[in-house]
Design a protein around this ligand. Sequence first.
Ligand code: ADP
Length: 249
Amino acid sequence: MTEIVVRVRDLSVSYVRGSYAVKGVSFEVHRGELLYILGPNGAGKSTILKALIGAVKPSSGTIELFGTPIERFREWWRIGYVPQNAQAQLSRTPVSVEEVLRASRIPGRAMDAKEVLRLVGFAEPVEVLRRPLFQLSGGQFQRVLLAMALINAPQLLLLDEPTAYIDITGVSEFIRLINELNREMGTTVITVTHDVSAITAHRSSMVLCVNRDRSFFGTIGELVASEELCNVYGFHVLTLGHVPESGEK
Ligand code: ADP
């Protein structure tokens, strides 16, 4: 049995007394697995990631990271995190790709900047390093954010809506890149997304669907096979259903 990287039991988070952002969520992620967290806006997806990095405190329930209760977990270098809206906040900062990557490095752990840019799909990393952030396209920016999260070779990668700024044609390509990183580096990845159609090709990957007080944890295959589940979580079953067999993994 592979190591359990994340174990969440009966997690509830409340920001406002009497109402829950998430309620009773349980799931686990083994080393090397890919988990997608799906659900409508306001369903509690980002809250779950924030709870995993200790940025919000559970009202009840338990979280274990690499076998250690989160209250005692200290090895934060093992986790790479790309928050939602990072692009909106960073894109007006007058710095270069090289400078943000340098600022993200932990001495003694970090990979070479060019190597990490190659990993996230830049064929000419030297040229990219020189560029100011505001000169990057939406898709290039997201790949730089991914490079920042990956530079210290984390074992768990948490991505909150990484395709939010990418045009529709780039979304599947970005999801493919995440799958590749997962396969080639063995990184465990948890991705929050609402681009359900982009992930249906990866049917054996796990999904956690949330809608505040409801949740479903299973495979993408199970999700797309159930009209009822799709209805509960607000997905269009027709879009999901039309996945060619050849696209399956
Ligand atoms: P999602 O990522 O699925 O869109 P969120 O986890 O961001 O959902 O939010 C879940 C619910 O919690 C929403 O109703 C949101 O308004 C509320 N919420 C999120 N952050 C805060 C906060 N800091 N204070 C109060 N309410 C919050």
